[in-house]
Design a protein around this ligand. Structure first.
Ligand code: FMN
Length: 366
């Protein structure tokens, strides 16, 4: 299966299936000399691991990362970093009924249409577990960006019809839904309880705010920062829309309102607003970057659904196995990781954009 590699300079290849022996990633292109430990990666993986609340799959996985290569005496060596997370709590028998039938809303039908054969156990490669490799690699990208003064704030903006109305950063880690508004988090929990009672699932919206990215990151044509962010975030299973800044709302605005006016204070360029979400012409403009991801309701629900089997017969299917009643909270760190991978890769690419940058690297004395 191709298409498992992301990035040009900081290249990440994810590998592994939901019910295989292990899952992970290979990161090639990480600069030498970065202090990196298992804990740096583990704290990211812990944000997405299952079983943290009743709103995530009951699958019990420690998701403990093992670093197999690329680190010596606590520092990266510039060689490929291989990351492995064992799968521990597979129950493949639960997936027997999807071996020959197609879950509505999942990748079973399209995988069979493409390959004529698939690892149906837990969704194989199209399982949410594939995102472990992205998060492990994203933790490394995040660490490099942190050293460059770039920071992320990622959280759940809404679940079903419940949206945040206030923003308290410290509240994000204080509820299992990662909402910065405790009242909204309670209302969203009530909504999820109702969905679960109806053997149903919910969707929602994740927001990622990135601060400290200098102006000029991203290319002007095909490798625009917003285009690459959209591809990166849209490649996460169940993400159905990506917005930058005011996104779809800009259609309702006017030029005079939507334009962010520039001004200079103490020789520093500022904008009076940020409808653009920090990106102009495909390049960062130095202000906060805002990425928003819309996540659909989990397709694997246990109420009976009309579908077909691989003999082209109409059937009714009750999906068994353990599934997230809502994907949003576990996908928060996945969105952050994909944004970190995108920005770091474009920042590394940007180092060769100007003659003066090249000269100052190779001839600093000139
Ligand atoms: C963190 C995470 C967890 C997920 N958990 C589930 C799950 O438990 N059950 C399920 O049916 N889909 C789950 N998904 C979504 C599927 O991976 C996704 O719907 C599937 O690959 C089909 O892709 P599409 O929805 O983009 O068309 C999860 C996705 C992510 C990112």
């Amino acid at each position: 299966m191709s298409g498992s590699t992301f990035g040009k300079i900081f290249r990440v290849t994810t590998w592994g299936e939901s019910h295989g022996k292990a899952i992970g990633a290979v990161v090639d292109g990480c600069p030498a000399g970065l202090s990196l430990s298992g804990e740096d990666i583990q704290k990211f993986l812990d944000r997405r691991k299952p079983g943290q609340s009743r709103y995530t799959t009951a699958r019990k996985e420690g998701d403990c990362v093992e670093i197999l290569s690329g680190i010596f005496e606590g520092k990266t060596t510039g060689t490929p970093i291989s990351l492995l997370v064992p799968n521990q709590d597979q129950r493949s028998r639960d997936y027997g009924n999807i071996a020959v039938s197609y879950r509505p809303g999942h990748a079973d039908y399209t995988l069979d249409a493409k390959y004529g054969f698939r690892d149906y156990r837990g969704g194989g490669r199209s399982s949410g577990r594939e995102t472990i490799g992205r998060v492990a690699a994203g933790a490394i990208a995040h660490k490099i960006l942190e050293e460059m003064g770039i920071s992320f704030c990622t959280y759940t903006r809404s679940i079903g019809p419940v949206s945040i109305e206030t923003f308290r950063k410290e509240a994000i880690s204080q509820n299992p839904l990662y909402m910065p508004d405790p009242t909204a988090a309670q209302k969203a929990s009530d909504y999820l309880e109702q969905c679960m009672k109806n053997q149903d699932s919910a969707g929602g919206v994740i927001e990622c705010k990135i601060q400290g990215v200098p102006a000029g990151i991203g290319e002007t044509v095909f490798d625009k920062l917003d285009a690459n962010l959209a591809k990166a975030v849209m490649s996460i299973g169940a993400v159905k829309a990506v917005e930058i800044g005011d996104g779809v709302q800009t259609a309702l605005s006017t030029g005079s309102v939507n334009n962010d006016n520039f001004y200079v204070r103490n020789n520093v360029v500022h904008k009076s607003s940020n409808h653009a979400g920090g990106i102009l012409g495909g390049m960062s403009d130095g202000s906060e970057i805002l990425v928003r991801a819309t996540v659909k309701p989990t397709s694997s629900i246990s109420q009976p659904q009309d579908t077909i089997n691989n003999q082209k017969e109409n059937i009714s299917l009750k999906v068994t196995g353990r599934h997230d009643p809502v994907i949003v909270p576990r996908a928060v760190v996945v969105v952050e990781s994909m944004c970190a991978l995108t920005i770091l890769d474009l920042m590394l690419e940007n180092m060769s954009a100007r003659m003066d940058s090249i000269l100052s690297f190779y001839h600093p004395q000139k």
